[in-house]
Design a protein around this ligand. Sequence first.
Ligand SMILES: [Zn+2]
Length: 174
Amino acid sequence: MSVSSEEKPSSEHPVEIGPAPYYHRSDCNICRKQDGLKTGSVLLDSGRPGGYIVEGEHFLAEHAPLQESSAGTVILEARRHLLDFGEMTPAELAEFGPTLHRLIPAIKAATGVQRVYYLAVMERAPHFHLWLVPKKNEGELLGAAYLAQQPPLSTSYGEAEAMARKIRELFEQS
Ligand SMILES: [Zn+2]
């Protein structure tokens, strides 16, 4: 029996690909979240405190899930279903840099940190999203150990909402 004749599990639930320009996939939790659909993930379905911080033509930014981030942690995500920089269009690339150029100082000013860590692994959803983690000047942990600490950093809805609002104000003023 050849490999191609085996029935693939995905054939039971055909993946729907949404319309241009974002080509959202029905099996991608980030696409589903952007479309206002439930994902089944507690982290994604619990709502984003303070709404979107940035609503660009090609990228969105929002506060990270409360259960695994400190207040002021932001996720910058592509609107289009794409994995990485190699798949970005010139227009997406042209928006990405200037967005970070304004967003990083806004996060630093709002949270009072000296630096912002970056993390993008795309293991849970193959859809480009970049974590922007304010590195708090507390404890001994640095670098990857800071990002991987257990239990993870967490925050409250109220704190995250206030921080999201502050970061958005600073971003829009810049
Ligand atoms: Zn997606």
